[in-house]
Design a protein around this ligand. Structure first.
Ligand code: AMP
Ligand code: ZN
Length: 136
């Protein structure tokens, strides 16, 4: 919190190109966009990642992500939008204040989907069971 770059942006201690602000959230341009118009949407309260965010805050953020996605799409004439969130270092999180990436995409922007690989025979049901154990 003390040294959190997004808390500093929220407190206006460092500058950012803010596109959206309300009581609970701030939306601003990512300083190194994958394409111009790439936005970060952050809760004003400091929470490290998705797991730490209260459900009530998450319920409020979903319609906002949609609203910003549509504004970004129209604002930069994007052909598509990716929504992303990196949680924890192995998943690519670099700033440990929860944030959603809203990323404009173009058919010729050169980015590709992550490469997937099919399950081995019988593996998928095993994996599904392991996950379902934590959802009951
Ligand atoms: P992540 O890997 O999901 O933690 O992404 C952190 C993002 O924050 C990166 O895309 C950075 O470009 C962005 N970022 C870091 N510092 C700033 C800043 N001062 N203003 C705007 N975006 C920032
Ligand atoms: Zn913070």
């Amino acid at each position: 919190m003390f040294d959190c770059v997004f808390c500093k942006i929220i407190k206006k201690e460092i500058p950012a190109d803010v596109v959206y602000e309300d009581e609970n959230f701030l939306g601003f341009l990512d300083i190194t966009p994958i394409n111009p118009g790439h936005i970060l949407l952050v809760p004003k309260e400091h929470h490290e990642n998705l797991y730490d965010m209260p459900d009530a805050l998450l319920a409020k953020i979903a319609p906002l992500i949609k609203k910003l996605a549509i504004a970004v799409k129209k604002g930069v004439n994007a052909e598509g939008i990716n929504i992303g969130m990196n949680n924890e270092r192995p998943a690519g999180q670099l700033v440990f204040h929860a944030h959603f990436h809203i990323m404009p995409r173009f058919s010729n922007d050169g980015f590709r989907h992550w490469r997937g690989a099919p399950y081995k025979k019988g593996e998928s049901s095993e994996v599904a069971s392991k996950i379902k154990k934590f959802l009951t």
